[in-house]
Design a protein around this ligand. Structure first.
Ligand code: ZN
Length: 82
């Protein structure tokens, strides 16, 4: 992979973010926390269920973008129950 691909991809999407060590570690920590919660017996689906989370430690923001399952899709994905 071209080492400059993340920069090009950000430009194509009309946005660029800092891909620094803090953001990478924060993203990894969030993912592990959500996975551990998903694997815990008796727990509800984690808050990241059907959601994209964007963590930007440089700007100090966390954005959630829900992606509810399409009812017309036959894949069997279940909506998040709160
Ligand atoms: Zn589906």
């Amino acid at each position: 992979m071209d080492s400059r691909w993340p920069t090009v991809a950000g430009q194509l999407a009309g946005r660029s973010q800092q891909a620094d060590l803090c953001s990478v570690q924060a993203t990894a920590a969030m993912a592990v926390g959500q996975i551990l919660r998903a694997l815990s017996p008796g727990e509800k689906p984690p808050p990241a269920w059907n959601t994209t989370i964007e963590i930007d430690t440089f700007e100090g923001t966390v954005e959630h973008r829900p992606w509810p399952p399409n009812p017309a899709c036959g894949c069997g994905a279940q909506p998040r129950r709160s």
